[in-house]
Design a protein around this ligand. Sequence first.
Ligand SMILES: Nc1ncnc2c1ncn2[C@@H]1O[C@H](COP(=O)(O)OP(=O)(O)O)[C@@H](O)[C@H]1O
Ligand SMILES: [Mg+2]
Length: 322
Amino acid sequence: MDAIRTEALTKDYRVGFWRPRRYLALDSLTLHVRQGEVFGFLGPNGAGKTTTLKLLMQLIYPSSGRAEILGRPVGDVSVKRRLGYLAENPYFYDYLTAEELLQYFAGLFGYSAVERRRRVSQLLDEVGIGAERRLQLRRFSKGMLQRVGIAQAVINDPDVVFFDEPMSGLDPLGRREIRELILRLRDRGCTVFFSSHVLSDAETLCSRVAILAGGRLAAAGDLSEMLAFQARAWELVVTGLSDTVLEKVTTSGQVVRATPLGAQRYALELPLSAAPDRLVTNLVAHGAQLVSLNPIRETLEDFFVRQTGAAPRDRGLEPVAR
Ligand SMILES: Nc1ncnc2c1ncn2[C@@H]1O[C@H](COP(=O)(O)OP(=O)(O)O)[C@@H](O)[C@H]1O
Ligand SMILES: [Mg+2]
């Protein structure tokens, strides 16, 4: 049984008053997420990520298509109590303290007073706001509120959690703490489905991802196997490269492109097919120094630009069909 399944899940919004149109925010999304995995749901702003999460949480309803969580249609009460959800911009009554808020949510799930205190205290420490537990939420920064939101989402020890942009508003240290928290959830057997517009968040956390662009699934699968993100060339940065040597290696085809970076300093692009060590040895023998050697991959940003550079129709704008 999968943790999450969607079949041709579709949501259109009616937009425009004088000339109503259908805006396809999500177009036939079919997705399977396995139990126990950390799954990255990626895409640029406006791709339809939040729409998908809201459909799964039944905050909005689909125009067509279906969704299941833990083998039951979304909305099934027996499943709902096993879920956690962090909204994109969580809003809490901000005269409560972090502790009071979490106590309240723990109460909703029926924990006893003793258990409530224990869970809240442990969670506050885990998300890194133990010291600020008695502070009113209106004094919290965006990053701290994000942590409160995450603690709230996991207060019931859920089997599946949905995090909408959990790293947004966090500094690098905060991002790392949230990453560690997500990995701890996974180690406990929890399925984590999180959205992000940042590829590096996914690279360090999950093996499988789906990439959404313009409301459509652009790619899904194992991040390491995704063709788009496989290395397509080597980039070699060298200094002390003389013009004659440069000309030799470019005319021979060993280097497909040379970008000058400064005096005798170049970024050289080598075809992936050629092992770079021979060229490196050769260049060094001719007085050049190696600065770095890296595979060049397409980044998620490049990928997004390519996907969303499409015509408006492909972005989901369609006149209303009558
Ligand atoms: N209530 C709404 N009415 C009309 N359009 C909406 C509504 N909510 C979202 N949209 C549009 O749907 C698209 C997808 O939005 P969203 O799911 O929030 O994207 P993401 O979370 O990937 O940034 C966007 O173009 C957004 O403007
Ligand atoms: Mg969003």
